[in-house]
Design a protein around this ligand. Structure first.
Ligand code: NAD
Length: 295
């Protein structure tokens, strides 16, 4: 983050209707969060199965709240009614903001961004939930990069307070202010950061993982490190468990992006723990085995 990220101005546009592209882990979570906080959202995917999963996930989270007495059945129905599943672009034509949360593949994202821009009105904002792809690079696929920026949520969306709003070189102040306002309306804490590999969080997190890998290479026990970080240091989870939650494949990919972006600081000599785990396909909770065993 070079210099100080400019503060968001005050000229936020009203976001009355949102859309999210992709109904996966993140898209489903974004739809749930937006709908829960009162902004109707269209959730578009290319697969009916993904839409069903996204809606089921939202219904599960809401049912748990009803069971705990935190939500009435009537409010639950209203929230679910705020999510419109779609396989076509037609229902998103009038969206004030579209959050792109499709697979982390630059080519797919470029195609989807250009496609969605051609469907929207002249005022609509597009934001990408990419974890690692440069916002300036993605902006090249758009005719109006001034109405584009990053909006990086964390997993699980309903629990994690932070949202990184990433300012590309062409993002307008109005775009940034609007996305900041939408994130706040969703009950999140937005921070505005400049576009760079790892944005903010991964620039803090990956040096920490490198320190963890170094300790393992020196013979430390991963469970003992987790125990110290959790019980004595007071963090909600230690590095091994966190990597299992994030996914070792995702971690491996993000680490490569960091190493390429900051070869002097994040470059590696040989394999580290993340490489070894990834190569052994111990991907963490998603496939039942990572540092810990889940099935
Ligand atoms: P996922 O694989 O769970 O979901 C991706 C969804 O996109 C799938 O349902 C797929 O059918 C859909 N899709 C693919 N092509 C599409 C298209 N052309 N139009 C509409 N939908 C399409 O992925 P995810 O984990 O939800 O990640 C989505 C994005 O969020 C990625 O950019 C990822 O880097 C980012 N992200 C992920 C996490 C995480 O922990 N999983 C955290 C932060 C950000």
């Amino acid at each position: 983050v070079k210099g100080k990220a400019k503060k968001a101005g005050k000229q936020a546009k009203a976001i009355n209707q949102a859309a999210v592209l992709g109904a996966g882990i993140m898209g489903g979570g974004i739809a749930y969060q937006s709908a829960s906080k009162g902004t109707p959202i269209v959730m578009k995917d290319i697969a009916q199965g993904a839409l069903d999963l996204g809606l089921n996930e939202a219904a599960k989270l809401l049912t748990a709240q009803v069971e705990r007495g935190r939500l009435t059945a009537d409010k639950m129905a209203k929230v679910l009614n705020n999510i419109t599943p779609a396989l076509e672009y037609a229902p998103i034509k009038h969206a004030d903001i579209v959050v792109e949360a499709v697979v982390e593949n630059p080519k797919v994202k470029a195609m989807v961004l250009a496609e969605v821009e051609s469907q929207l009105g002249d005022e609509a904002i597009i934001a990408s939930n990419t974890s690692t792809i440069s916002i300036n690079h993605l902006a090249k696929s758009l005719k109006h990069p001034e109405r584009f920026c990053g909006m990086h949520f964390f997993n699980p969306v309903h629990k994690m307070p932070l949202v990184e709003v990433i300012r590309g070189e062409h993002s307008s102040d109005e775009t940034i202010a609007s996305v900041v306002a939408y994130a706040s309306k969703m009950g999140k804490t937005p921070i505005v950061v400049n576009d760079c590999p790892g944005f903010f969080v991964n620039r803090v997190l990956f040096p920490y993982f490198a320190g963890f890998s170094g300790l393992l290479a020196d013979g430390a026990d991963f469970a003992a490190i987790d125990k110290v970080m959790e019980m004595q240091f007071g963090w909600p989870m230690g590095p091994a468990y966190l990597l299992d939650v994030v996914g070792l494949d995702t971690g491996h990919h993000a680490q490569a992006v960091m190493a390429e972006g900051f070869p002097d600081r994040m470059g590696k000599n040989g394999k580290d723990a993340i490489d070894v785990m990834y190569e052994a396909q111990r991907l963490g909770q998603k496939n039942g085995k990572g540092f810990y065993q889940y099935s």
